[in-house]
Structures are given as C-alpha cells and as structure tokens.
Design a protein around this ligand. Sequence first.
Ligand code: ATP
Ligand code: FE2
Length: 314
Amino acid sequence: MRVLGIESTAHTFGVGVWDGGPVYNELDMYRPEKGGIVPREAAEHHLAVAEGLLGPALEEAPDLIAYSACPGIGPCLRVGRDIAARLARELGVPLVPVNHAVAHLEIGLATTPARDPVFVYISGGNTQIIVRGWRILGETLDIALGNALDKLARELGLPHPGGPKLEKLARGGRFLPLPYVVKGMDLSYSGLFTRAKQLLESHSARDIAYSYQEHAFAMLVEVAERAMAHTGKEEVLLIGGVAQNRRLKEMFEIMCAERGARAYAVPPEFAGDNGAMIAYSGLLAYERGLSVAPERAEYFQRARVDSWEDLFRS
Ligand code: ATP
Ligand code: FE2
C-alpha cells in the first residue's frame, strides 16, 4: 500500500510517501526572522510550498492519504487538513488522521532495531519519557528541551532553530556548574535557562553553551535510566528533533554501555518533523480501522499520546 503523509503541525511542511518503506520525504521549514513562530505566517508558508512538495509525491497515485491532525498550531494544522481532505476526495482514497507525537514514536521503531525501548521524546514542544502502550512515565515540568536550547541560542543571537548551532558552538567549552533539577522521572529546564542567561554577562558563549548542554542532557540521561531500571527495559530510543545531537547520543551510549543496555536514535532524516513519519503512522492507524470522511476530517490543537484516537472515532 502506497501512503502519502502530510506534516504541518508547526514550523515544517513535509510530504512523505511510505510504500513498504520510505520512498519520498521532502520538507520546507518556516523560519521566523526573529523570535518564535507566528501562526498565521507559518500557515501562509505551508500553503506557499505545498504544491511544489506534493508534485513529485503524486506522480504515482497513493492508495491512502494521512495527515497530522493533532497536536499542533491551529492555522498550521488547518492547512494540512484542507490539502489532505481535498486530495482524498479527488483521488477517492481513504483519509487517516495521525497524532504527530505518536508518529515520532512509531517512525523510531520502524527505522531502528529497537523493539521495546524506553522512548525519549525530545523536540521543540515535548520532553517525555514514554513506553509502549503509550504510557508517559516522566516529562518536563516546564519548557521542552528543544525549546530550552532554542531560547539560549536566541539570547546568543543565533537564528532559529538554535539547537544545531548551539551544538557546534559548545565544542571545546569548559564546565561551569548550573542548576540541575530532577524530580523522580520528571525534570525542569527553566531554572537552568534563567541562570545561564545571567552568566552570559561574565562568561564566554562557548563555556555557557557547553555547560548548558551538559546539564540539560545529564538530567535527561538520569530520568531515562531511572525509567529503564523501573521497567526493566534494556533499550532506549531517542526520537524528535533533538535526537540529532551527537553529544546527547554519546551520553546515552555511555549510560547504556554501563548497564549492558542498548541506545538507539532515530536517523536524522526522520528525527525532526517530516512527512514520511505521518505516512507510516497513518498506515498503522488505518490497519487499526481508523479513517475519517474528508468533509468531517477534524484537527485538534491539543492531544496526548494515550487516548487520542477517541477524538476521531465518534
Ligand atoms: P513537537 O514534536 O513537540 O511538536 P517540533 O515538531 O517543533 O516539536 P521537531 O521538529 O521534532 O520539533 O524538533 C525541533 C527541535 O529540534 C528544535 O528545538 C531544534 O533546535 C532541535 N534540534 C534540531 N537539531 C538539533 C541538534 N543537532 N541538537 C540539538 N537540538 C536540535
Ligand atoms: Fe515534532
């Protein structure tokens, strides 16, 4: 079955095709000139790039259309839903809603040897420790890891998304002690950000960037290791945009080597938001019997990973 997936929850408009595996996966990212995402601008961006990205994906007609239906930014979700519903109508094929976060989880399983890992979902909007059956064991009490990296990068004048630029800047930095906040399997990043911002006046950007990463990542390794110990799981799987960070992967590899476990990270092309993960997750949802009529295809700005299908089964 050939599935076309459309991603449009936030900054990225992505189109992917899954046909026994990923056969097409192209995207275009909205980059605000400064500050965070302006919803209307992001939606306009998505509309402007849609046709160009869809063209090659439609050369061979898909059997199924999937769209990222939750959670996300309203105007962005609407663009993806409208395009997906129109395509499903025109082609006369089923339409399947997808939970964006679940798609991140499922593409991780599809593209790595991990079978039953502790998932570490780290992106612009989420920091969660999850296990199969989609149970959330721990999460950030305030800002997400990707957001924490982007916020510090912005203070340093680096363009959005700042995570990758901060990673480069951090190389060769020296260690400064910063706030480290872990509560059971939850963690917190806002105190770390506030302190790092204060220290920028008296310390080099490189030392701050390095120390910031070391603290933020060590907290995450600690809660993930606790989740592995509690559940007896012997694999950890990094998913979401921040899973591309090399230092983070290295720290997880060290932790896992010490306990005889295995660390995996989703391949970079499937780590950030992308259409292939929506296509694949749509296929799995369709196989579970989920689909919606094009004229009744809804989207939801908020949804958790555990009970989201009820939103669409009425
Ligand atoms: P969500 O999945 O929660 O809706 P999102 O869709 O905005 O959030 P993704 O596209 O999965 O998030 O990830 C984007 C985030 O990944 C940004 O915060 C970005 O800075 C971060 N990121 C990307 N590459 C790296 C890297 N090499 N190191 C650290 N962070 C990175
Ligand atoms: Fe995402």
